[in-house]
Write a protein that binds this ligand. Structure first.
Ligand code: GBH
Length: 460
């Protein structure tokens, strides 16, 4: 029997980006430097020495990019705001020109019938705040609430869906534990403090919204289900630790007001005793939660893996994307089921989902063929449909990403876009996945029936 892939009537179809990855002109019009501006200009930190100085030049081409969104038929566009454009010093003085950029973007979206969905923090902390300790300074909850308040006052009449923080796990794991991302620290003492302050800041931002905003606010987590490599007690315990570290460390304080016990086990004497009253701040009522889903991990015990004593096990005979992540759509179903079971029934959005694959250069083509990305999207959207059928309240889906962009320290080498970007000329070219996704949107999912998922192919 064939499945009908119709989605709920008000389901929101979107695509996502983030400021530093696409905008370029990071210091234009009075903006202050961010930690990513600094990091990208530190020799040796970025693949190929790439930076966000130009990126997709979206800062100057945003009107053209809204036309690309129109061609896709997007109903909503998820973008992030660069804190240091609005508050060059992180707090205090407002840079009106920086605020105006987002105001013009929002107007352009609304004029074309596209709902703006704004994320306040997608990793580009003002460098001035890093100089005051950044995420290690408890005052950052107040700094963030001040910044959030400026945006709510300026844009809440026109922006009806906000998120506080995007993927706090990545900020702490990449920025404070392993150092591959800005600000490049490597400390198991710092990582839990940064994580805790990220969730305090998120809570403070939500509190500010209750005083100033009228619509919806939530927070965005990257969730990656963990499966044990074997039934051994060691592998099961390692899997629990990996899950607590990546998934529960952030969602628990936000939604339950506590931390899972495994964190103390992982961090040992580096795990601080946080004051009880902090959890009143971290645990605020959210209007929705955004989940970014990319892949899963199969986990085994590994005594040498710092500090988790757990390591991922690559699965044979599976498709891996260019970033080495397994294509595993069942993980999306499992993630959503777990989330509902642990945290209760609430509105959810898939705020990112997508894949990096090698796309043929486009000098002579009108469309870039990207069959593996089409297959990835089809599989994940079919899985999402199954989750919704089973009763999980998912209200919308945002493909990552609208455009090929700066994949953080991996530079421009990893392409996630529905639109190909030639970084020499900045020309945008639709990929087959853009045409496919436009068809899905136009038919509210029905186009997912068109044919069975393709064979599982090696990416290279
Ligand atoms: C997101 O992070 C970001 O929000 C976005 O800015 C970024 O461009 C996009 O995804 C693509 O990377 O298999 O052990 O290596 C992604 C979060 C966390 C998802 C790590 C994949 C793989 C862990 N990622 N995870 S592993």
């Amino acid at each position: 029997m064939s499945v009908s892939y119709s989605f709920p009537a008000n389901f929101v179809w979107g695509a996502a980006t983030s400021a530093y990855q696409i905008e370029g002109s990071p210091l234009a019009d009075g903006a202050g430097p961010s930690i990513w501006q600094r990091f990208a200009h530190t020799p040796g930190m970025m693949a190929n020495g790439d930076t966000g100085d130009i990126a997709c030049d979206h800062y100057r081409r945003f009107k053209d990019d809204v036309q690309l969104m129109r061609a896709l038929g997007l109903q909503s566009y998820r973008f992030s705001i660069a804190w240091a454009r609005v508050l060059p010093d992180g707090t205090g003085r407002i840079n009106q020109q920086g605020l105006d950029f987002y105001s013009r973007l929002v107007d352009e979206l609304l004029e074309h019938g596209i709902e703006p969905n704004a994320t306040l923090f997608h990793w580009d902390l003002p460098a001035a705040l890093d100089d005051r300790g950044g995420w290690l300074n408890r005052d950052i909850a107040h700094w963030f609430a001040e910044y959030a308040g400026v945006l709510f006052k300026a844009l809440d009449g026109r922006v009806k869906r906000w998120s506080t923080i995007n993927e706090p796990w990545v900020v702490t794991d990449g920025g404070y534990l392993h150092g591959a991302l800005a600000p490049g620290h490597r400390s198991k003492y710092e990582a839990p403090i940064a994580a805790h302050n990220l969730m305090r800041a998120s809570g403070a931002g939500i509190q500010a919204y209750r005083a100033l905003g009228k619509h919806e606010i939530g927070v965005v987590f990257n969730i990656e289900p963990k499966y044990p490599a074997s039934d051994s007690a060691d592998d099961l315990a390692a899997t629990r630790r990996a899950h607590a570290y990546m998934n529960e460390q952030f969602a628990d304080p936000a939604l339950l007001g506590s931390y899972p016990a495994e964190l103390k086990e992982i961090f040992g004497n580096a795990w601080p005793d946080f004051p009880d009253e902090d959890f009143r701040l971290t645990r605020q009522k959210v209007d929705f939660v955004g989940i970014n889903y990319y892949t899963r991990a199969v986990v085994r015990h590994d005594a040498s893996a710092y500090p988790l004593k757990a390591a991922p096990v690559r699965q044979p005979n599976t498709t891996q994307t260019e970033t080495g992540w397994e294509v595993y759509e069942q993980g999306l179903i499992d993630t959503l089921a777990w989330f509902k079971q642990r945290y209760g029934d609430m509105p959810l959005y898939i705020t990112e989902n997508g894949a990096a694959f090698y796309d043929a250069p486009v000098a002579y083509t009108e469309v870039v063929e990207d069959p593996l990305r089409v297959d990835y999207l089809r599989r994940h959207l079919r899985a999402l449909h199954a989750s919704i059928q089973s009763g999980v309240d998912v209200r919308g889906y945002y493909a990552w990403s609208l455009l090929d962009n700066l994949e953080w320290s991996l530079g421009f080498s990893k392409r996630f876009g529905l639109y190909h970007v030639d970084f020499a000329t900045l020309k945008r070219t639709p990929k087959a996945s853009a045409k496919f996704y436009a068809g899905v949107i136009r038919s509210n999912g029905a186009a997912l029936e068109d044919r069975a998922p393709g064979p599982v192919l090696p990416a290279k």
